[in-house]
Ligand binder design. Sequence first.
Ligand code: SF4
Ligand code: SF4
Length: 220
Amino acid sequence: MIISEAKPFQEVIDSLKNYQKIFLFGCGDCATLCKSGGEEELKAMKEKLEAAGKTVLGMCIPESCCIAAKLKAETAKNLKNIREAQAILVLACGLACQSVKDNDRFGLKVIPANNTVFGAVMDSQGNFFEKCSLCCNCVLDSTAGICPVTLCPKGLLNGPCGGMDKGKCELDKERDCAWVLIYRELEKLGQLDKIRQNRPPRDFQKVLKPHKLLAAAKQQ
Ligand code: SF4
Ligand code: SF4
C-alpha cells in the first residue's frame, strides 16, 4: 500500500488561492488505512476550508482512487457538485491525484492535499513499514527475504559498508545494519553461502520510468 500524509494546511490554502468552490476526494483504500484521506480527514479538511472562507461543494471517497472503474463509479454519483466546482482537492497519494485528473471530465484544477511518502506493509498493530523500493531487480532470494535496497540507506547489494558499528547502521545507531540482519537470517536458514553470492550492479535500464503494464500484455 501507498503511505501518504497531510501537507501543512497553509500549503493547501496557498494552492487553492485562486479557487473558491472546492470538491474533495479521499480514497477508501490506502489513504483511509493510513488516516490521511478517509471520512474523518475529509470532514476535518472541509471544516478547515470553510473556516478559511472556501466553499466545499461536496466530497467522495472512492473505494480505490487509482482504479479508474472504481473512481468513475463514485464520481458519477457526485457529478452535479463536481461540475460546479473550480478545483478538486485530493486527500490521497500522488497516484490517486493523477488518476482523478486523468478521469476528470470538466478540466478542473486537481490539487494534492497530501505528500506521498512510501510503499508499505502494515503489521497487525496497524504500523506501517517501508519494505520495498520497487527496484525491478528483486534480490530477496539471496538475502533471506530482507531487502537491502530499502533497509540499507545506501542500498548496498553486497554486504555492509565500512561504517557498520557493532551491528548498527552508521547512519542511524538505533537501527540494525541491514546486512547484519541478512547475515543472521541466512545463518538461521543454513544458507550462509548466499552471503558470498555476487549480486551484480542494479540494471538501471529496468528502473527507467515511467513503467507501464498494458492489459493486452498481461493476457499473453
Ligand atoms: S530487492 Fe527490495 S526493492 Fe527490489 S524488488 Fe525486491 S524487495 Fe523490492
Ligand atoms: S551500516 Fe549497514 S545498513 Fe547502514 S549504510 Fe552501512 S551497510 Fe547500509
